[in-house]
Design a protein around this ligand. Structure first.
Ligand SMILES: [Zn+2]
Ligand SMILES: [Zn+2]
Length: 363
């Protein structure tokens, strides 16, 4: 197998020939058709989440492919099934999964640490999010894969492993956007564009896309945004209130994670409104909320992981919405790349011109 290894925080990944470690009885082996590059891959590499890195690991956390082998105790998938590997497992038996909160599944900690491949020097590599998708083969716990039925290519399905599910789910499930409501989305990368699409499916009357990059604002308008704002011209929250005749929005989604921007996004919400924190900031970042305003205006500040989606039923719902043309995955796939170009592709995301690069060639 070949895989891209993150061996030192702050440094490029290295593409290496690896020897897969033998699978356990609950493990599945997936031949990867496509693996998408998410902004979190870059953040992890740059050291924003030091607690997630305990030594060499295969990078990547969203992919689609085909099951080629299953352990003796695997019950959810069979050889030949098409699957999406998700960055949050859904074990089905932990307290969170039993309460219909599989996005908060507690199995993740143990799976992240498990060694999955041997490197040329004999040392072991773990797998990011327990899956490590920057590889032609993924060995993971069956909790991390979801069987899907679809005619879509793997390059589109891969986005359901993290970005698209997080964004669409943030609108539909974390916030519960209602028909006729007003929405602002701050940060229009792959996840932000998916929030816009989710809010559109939910029937929001106004969807305001906020991003400094013109091409992202233009794309947002093709995916359901009714208005766009360039935050570099004037404070974004001031512009939002100008658009709404002095009112705030019912739902504001922060898909950036920078404290100063989060504070501005909070100021966008109306009385009774909700701020949803979708973007990851550094693990030690904090932001201040004006307590009297929060209490007296009955505002809500809510976290969001994996779009609060229950992947075992919602991934197929998302696929049905994509296949019927109500969600657009193709618009988010900017380019297909080879595994050997992984570092170039990760860097291209920073420029803002690339929404998603998808690795489809591993040779
Ligand atoms: Zn991601
Ligand atoms: Zn669980």
């Amino acid at each position: 197998m070949r895989g891209a290894i993150l061996h030192t925080l702050g440094q490029d990944l290295t593409v290496e020939t690896l020897e897969p470690l033998p699978p356990g009885p609950r493990d599945v082996i997936v031949e990867v058709g496509a693996s998408s590059i998410c902004h979190t891959d870059l953040s992890l590499r740059n050291g924003m989440f030091p607690a997630m890195f305990s030594g060499a690991m295969i990078g990547g956390h969203e992919c689609a492919g085909t099951v080629v082998e299953v352990g003796d105790n695997v019950t959810r998938v069979s050889v030949g099934d098409r699957v999406v590997a998700t960055f949050r497992p859904a074990c089905g038996t932990c307290p969170s999964c039993l309460r219909d909160r599989s996005h908060l599944c507690t199995a993740i900690g143990g799976l992240m640490q498990r060694p999955r491949a041997k490197r040329a020097d004999g040392s072991h590599a773990a797998a990011m999010s327990g899956i490590g998708t920057f590889s032609d083969v993924v060995t993971c716990d069956e909790a991390s894969v979801v069987r899907v039925e679809s005619s879509l290519p793997d390059s589109h399905l891969a986005l359901l492993g993290c970005g698209m599910t997080t964004g669409v789910g943030a609108a539909l499930f974390t916030a519960g956007v209602e028909p006729g409501s007003t929405v602002a989305v701050v940060g229009c990368g792959g996840v932000g564009q998916s929030v816009i699409q989710g809010a559109s499916v939910a029937g929001a009357a106004r969807i305001i896309a906020v991003d400094p990059v013109a091409s992202k604002r233009e794309l947002a308008q093709t995916l359901g945004a009714t208005d766009t704002i360039d935050p570099t011209t004037e404070a974004a929250d001031v512009q939002v209130r100008d658009l709404l005749h002095g009112n705030g929005v019912d739902y504001a989604f922060d898909v950036v994670g920078v404290a100063k921007i989060v504070a501005s996004t909070y100021r966008m919400i109306d009385r009774g409104g909700m701020l949803v924190l979708v973007g990851y900031g550094p693990m030690d970042s904090e932001f201040r909320v004006p307590a009297f305003d929060l209490q007296s205006q009955e505002k809500i500040v809510k976290g969001c992981v994996a779009g609060s989606a229950q992947v075992r039923r919602h991934l197929q719902l998302f696929i049905d919405l994509i296949e019927s043309g109500r969600l657009n995955t193709g618009a988010l796939v900017s380019q297909e790349v080879a595994l050997d170009d992984i570092n170039v592709a990760m860097q291209a995301m920073l420029s803002g011109e690339v929404i998603r690069s998808v690795v489809t060639s591993f040779g």
